[in-house]
Design a protein around this ligand. Structure first.
Ligand code: ZN
Ligand code: ZN
Length: 311
């Protein structure tokens, strides 16, 4: 059993590495806010239709070798950290504290990167326990995560990839946070909402003042729902539906593989894509999808949201 869990974990890591570029590059960038620091805007737009895994593997191979996290300021209080195009984290700066939302693969010292933006005391929050969102915790003393994802995150630290890239760094201690919690950064309050589905302990984080919802991998443009650790598609849909209570409270979404603000309508687009999978809409057109755990299917909605699932 332990070997199976370990294998599955490695598969998650490797698959994500291969597919995250797809997630990033297949985004629709309408209604973007200004993104003054981002040098890759044109490249990303040019690649926006790219859904070919081989191309993305090739692109990844040509990238600098795991040692660059680029920061760009998205708004007065929010910075994006782009970890080699494989994962995105965010810095939200209040008047008293700053929050680091996801620490990505941590291909360089994430705390040093954050310190180029702010000297304030830091709170680290992980949207879920997958390696490409928690590895950079190694550069902090502690990180908040939903209790249902603690073991998943701890398992991530046992992969050889973690030790290879982070050497002898110790994993940060986990503190737990769940729906109903909020973090006061001074002038900005972050509210936690539980969205089990992609993982059991997935959370979304609402920044009410900036009207931004941070969604991790719970709402994005290329969502993995085929893993053993994912919920049923029906339960995921119900969890997403509950988010409706805050639908009027944000205008933008920043997910775990975004390169800039996405319009809030990604919520409806993502929900519609999940519902289509449940209903079997145009299922005959769904493409085969290979990953390290085997073969499954991917359904693309007319909005271009891809949901990977086991038929
Ligand atoms: Zn994930
Ligand atoms: Zn991810």
């Amino acid at each position: 059993m332990k070997r199976i869990v370990k294998l599955l974990g490695r598969l998650i890591y490797l698959c994500m590495t291969l597919t995250l570029l797809v997630a990033c590059q297949s985004q629709d960038y309408k209604d973007n806010k200004e993104n003054p620091g981002n040098q890759d805007t044109q490249d990303n737009k040019d690649n926006s239709g790219n859904q070919d895994t081989q191309d993305n593997q090739d692109n990844q191979g040509s990238k600098d070798n795991h040692n660059t996290i680029e920061t760009s300021q998205l708004s007065d209080n929010i910075w994006l950290m782009n970890d080699n195009g494989e994962a995105s984290g965010y810095i939200v700066v209040g008047s008293d504290k700053a929050a680091v939302i996801d620490t990505m693969n941590g291909s360089e010292n994430v705390q040093d990167v954050v310190r180029t933006v702010t000297d304030l005391p830091l709170i680290v929050i992980n949207t879920h326990g997958h390696p490409d969102h928690v590895y950079g915790n190694a550069y902090f003393d502690e990180a908040y995560i939903h209790p249902d994802d603690v073991s998943l995150a701890q398992e991530s630290y046992r992969y050889p990839e973690y030790n290879d890239l982070r050497g002898k760094l110790k994993a940060a201690a986990f503190k737990t946070t769940e729906e109903g919690d909020s973090f006061d950064l001074g002038g900005i309050t972050l509210e936690i909402y539980g969205i089990p589905g992609h993982t059991n302990g997935g959370i979304c984080i609402l920044d009410r003042e900036d009207r931004v919802l941070f969604t991790g991998d719970s709402i994005n443009r290329h969502c993995w729902m085929q893993l053993d650790t994912c919920s049923s598609m029906e339960d995921f849909y119900l969890a997403l539906q509950r988010l409706n209570i805050i639908r009027a409270d944000y205008d933008y979404i920043l997910h775990g593989h975004a390169q800039r603000f996405e319009d809030a309508t990604l919520y409806e687009e993502h929900m519609a894509a999940v519902k289509e999978v449940i209903d079997g809409t145009n299922a005959a057109d769904d493409q085969d999808y290979e990953y390290f755990g085997g073969r499954c299917k991917i359904h693309y909605s007319s909005d271009g949201v891809g949901i990977v699932y086991n038929p």
